[in-house]
Design a protein around this ligand. Structure first.
Ligand SMILES: Nc1ncnc2c1ncn2[C@@H]1O[C@H](COP(=O)(O)OP(=O)(O)OP(=O)(O)O)[C@@H](O)[C@H]1O
Ligand code: SF4
Ligand SMILES: [Mg+2]
Length: 350
């Protein structure tokens, strides 16, 4: 085990976040993130996507990884240190340099009253990255990594930049500390389709050239398929399917992932998550559900699904949290049929 510990960049070990919600005069608790486990390897930088519909726990997980909230149980380790156990000083002097956030709205990160280059110089000086004389050169080099130059943005206010340019500046700012991990929560969802591709292309380049790992949270399966190495699909706090993106999105095994893939209108891949279902009621119902959280929507639901929580089963190079792939529940023959893609034709009863 010890040899492995050195190459682990980020380990999520049964990470759980419980929130209380008020219902009239009483309050109920629910698991916004429920025993999420995965590992990013330091030796092989990757783009790891977390996808899932609204309210599935993606941002809550990101906030815990960024040290903004602590898990209720389970642990997040960055380079073998518990993130929740870091002191404020350790976070400032080490962790916040190593792990950088990029958020959905680039303009929210910048005051409209300050010139945008101010933020770049501030980061350079705060982290003592280089002296004043070297700052221009360093900032210019970092901006070049995101396809901009200091001359293009110097002296300009945020409202004088396009959304795509502002997001590039936000990413450049994140890169200034030479992070090993960028946590990007819906970084392209406010940009139009052509800009989305250019930003995710940039992520790929940064991974290759700068050896930065990127945790890419998105609603947009098209960009995930295009740029990610691995994907974790979240549903109501659970990771329901996780593995290489070509496998998971190419031949999805979990009924929820299958449904997501079918929902991508061929002509317009950007519209994938836009079909509206009544999430308000569905959401609390599903979070509170005994057994599988997808049972209320699943076309293959079995009695066992309403009673027990499915385990995490290994199948076809990925993890899938569904009884359809559990030999002890449905038998080896049915698992083999389900793996062969016969599910849509043969909903089973058990
Ligand atoms: N501080 C909080 N207190 C109580 N409930 C919360 C809190 N933060 C988030 N939640 C709830 O936890 C669930 C997961 O929210 P989260 O923001 O992590 O989802 P998400 O997957 O990021 O959704 P979206 O795609 O809309 O950004 C939601 O039901 C949300 O309302
Ligand atoms: S465990 Fe049962 S309800 Fe859940 S996704 Fe699988 S078949 Fe459907
Ligand atoms: Mg979110």
């Amino acid at each position: 085990m010890q040899q492995h510990a050195n190459t682990e960049l980020l380990v999520a070990d049964h990470v759980t976040k419980v929130f209380a919600i008020r219902q009239g005069f009483s309050s109920k608790s629910f698991h916004a993130v429920d025993a999420a486990s995965f590992t990013l390897d330091a030796a092989t930088p990757e783009i790891f996507t977390i996808a899932g519909e609204s309210g599935s726990g993606k941002t809550t997980l990101a906030r815990m990884i960024l040290g903004m909230e602590n898990p209720t149980s389970g642990q997040l380790r960055y380079k073998d240190r518990s993130i929740a156990g870091l002191t404020r000083g350790e976070k400032r002097s080490w962790f916040f340099k190593e792990v950088q956030p990029v958020f959905q709205d680039p303009f929210a990160a910048f005051s409209p009253l300050k010139r945008i280059d101010h933020y770049l110089y501030e980061t350079v000086y705060n982290y003592n990255i280089t002296n004043k004389a070297g700052a221009d050169k360093y900032i210019n080099e970092t901006l070049a990594e995101v396809g901009l130059s200091l001359a293009e943005i110097k002296g300009r206010y945020p409202n004088e930049l396009s959304g795509g340019q502002a997001q590039r500046v936000a990413i450049a700012r994140a890169l200034l500390t030479r992070p090993s991990l960028i946590v990007a929560d819906e970084p392209v969802s406010m940009l139009d389709a052509s800009l989305r591709m250019s930003i995710v292309n940039m992520f790929r380049r940064l991974k290759e050239d700068q050896q930065v790992s990127i945790l890419y949270i998105t609603h947009d399966l098209a960009t995930a398929y295009y740029c990610a190495d691995r994907i974790a699909v979240m549903l109501r706090g659970w990771i329901v399917e996780m593995g290489p993106v070509e496998q998971v999105l190419g031949t999805p095994l979990h009924p929820y992932t299958q449904n997501l893939k079918e929902a991508i209108p061929q002509a317009d891949p950007d519209k994938v998550w836009e079909q509206k279902i009544d999430l308000a009621t569905l959401e609390t119902d599903e979070y509170m559900r005994t057994g599988c959280k997808y049972a209320g929507r699943c076309p293959y639901v079995m009695d066992v699904c309403r009673q027990k929580v499915p385990g995490n089963y290994q199948a076809e190079g990925r993890m899938v949290k569904c009884f359809l792939y559990d030999e002890a529940t449905v038998g080896a023959e049915k698992v083999a049929k389900n793996l062969a893609g016969e599910i849509p034709l043969t909903p089973i009863t058990a």
